[in-house]
Design a protein around this ligand. Structure first.
Ligand code: SF4
Length: 67
């Protein structure tokens, strides 16, 4: 699948920390709702930040730093 090999230079890292929402809109791209539970742990997000900083040079200088 050629589209999967496309090179990208991300400048931004965003976390959707939970899918819990007070609404349950039919068109929600994350299928959020009051029934959804769970959230990303800080340890998981730290691991992602470290990986991105180590492997994606374009992200440096964009405000993403190890913590
Ligand atoms: S679109 Fe999704 S995240 Fe936004 S208010 Fe609706 S259910 Fe919540």
């Amino acid at each position: 699948m050629k589209w999967m090999l496309k090179h990208i230079d991300p400048k931004l890292l965003t976390f959707i920390t939970t899918h819990t929402c007070t609404s349950a809109c039919a068109g929600c791209c994350f299928a959020c709702s009051p029934k959804k539970r769970g959230s990303l742990s800080s340890a998981f997000m730290k691991g992602i930040v470290d990986y991105v900083v180590d492997t994606m040079p374009s992200i440096k200088g964009s405000g993403v730093h190890r913590w």
